[in-house]
Ligand binder design. Sequence first.
Ligand SMILES: Cc1cc2nc3c(=O)[nH]c(=O)nc-3n(C[C@H](O)[C@H](O)[C@H](O)COP(=O)(O)OP(=O)(O)OC[C@H]3O[C@@H](n4cnc5c(N)ncnc54)[C@H](O)[C@@H]3O)c2cc1C
Length: 381
Amino acid sequence: MKAPIVIVGSGLAGITVLRELRKLDKTIPVIVVTADDGAFYSKPSISNALASGKTAAQLAMSPAEQLSAQFNAEFRTSTFVEHILADQHALLTSKGRIEYGKLVIALGAHPIRVPMDGNAAEEVLSVNNLADYARFRERLNGAKHVAIMGAGLIGCEFANDLAIAGIQSTVFDRSQHALGRLLPERSAAFFREKLESVGVKFHFDTTLSKIERAETSLTITDSYGGQMNVDLVLSAIGLKPAVELAQEAGLAINRGIVVNRQLATSNPDIHALGDCAEVDGLVLPFVLPIMQCARALAKILAGEEAAVTYPAMPVAVKTPACPTVVCPPPMGSEGTWQEAVSVGGVRAVYLDAQGEMLGFVLLGEAVQEKQALLAGMKAWL
Ligand SMILES: Cc1cc2nc3c(=O)[nH]c(=O)nc-3n(C[C@H](O)[C@H](O)[C@H](O)COP(=O)(O)OP(=O)(O)OC[C@H]3O[C@@H](n4cnc5c(N)ncnc54)[C@H](O)[C@@H]3O)c2cc1C
């Protein structure tokens, strides 16, 4: 029997590779090894699940048993990979050794934690999977005020979702703007105003330094010494690719696990994709790039020749108070933003010295221009 393809991780990256592979090859043995229960869910739905009225259990779309039958694959759930023995083509897991022919690493990313003072510092929640979300919902029961660390995409989406559920949120960020890394200044001001109009409060140029439990609430202190009482603290300050296992196995690491356009790591029998991977220099922890990678990798695992391509891929920010689409210019590119602000929206384009569009941002009613602007964008890869 052929040595199995082993996929580590059952998130969007791992399951999409499996699904795409089965379109090309129905029989090659596949084992999915995952630390969680293997249920498939749409992670982006987590930050607007209050608005859609869904609990964590309702977000789980297909249990592992169903995926196993549907895709003719063995699922080893609640199984932690502890070491990759690349020279032996084997994994050591919390439930024993597993041998592979080809290995696919789809381990995702870890929420970044910052050290904080106070006896409740450990109570800060991050939400990066369904189990985290279930915990968040439990803690949210009866909560009236949530502090959110980080005014990035995920922090702002949670703030808007909480507002829809009638829960006050105060968002803290070191930068001067909401979605600071994605929006130019006037766009950020428009976005902020819209979120404030539904009750979200922003505290910029600061962060939380201390969290103390005070009976039923938490007393939080910001870096200027300002204090307030909240019911819970959610951290959304970013994610770090899960590179530890690959690094220990001697694979090349940069910001993520380094892979080429064939999604191969520095070991040709080991591939990586998803939030843990750096594809030809790009770390893009979003759904569309993962789909592109999964399709290319499935072909390669099925024995075909393929290379991943990235068209420009905008991200829709799920903030109903201010519908937003961002298509950021490539990191390090030189150019200037041109922002056209109207009462109903903002259209901002990032142009280089020759007038070529390298990125864009659309807010409010301008989001309907997405397809038109996208048509003028060069491919990323
Ligand atoms: C709240 C939120 C909202 C988002 N919204 C959007 C959006 O609107 N649009 C968009 O494009 N993107 C969005 N994203 C990003 C997108 O959801 C992710 O890029 C994508 O889901 C990542 O998939 P993944 O499979 O790489 O990682 P994950 O889904 O994190 O999967 C990692 C898998 O690895 C397993 N694992 C980890 N360690 C081990 C181990 N040692 N042994 C075995 N298994 C292990 C885990 O159990 C899990 O199954 C959002 C992300 C979040 C958190």
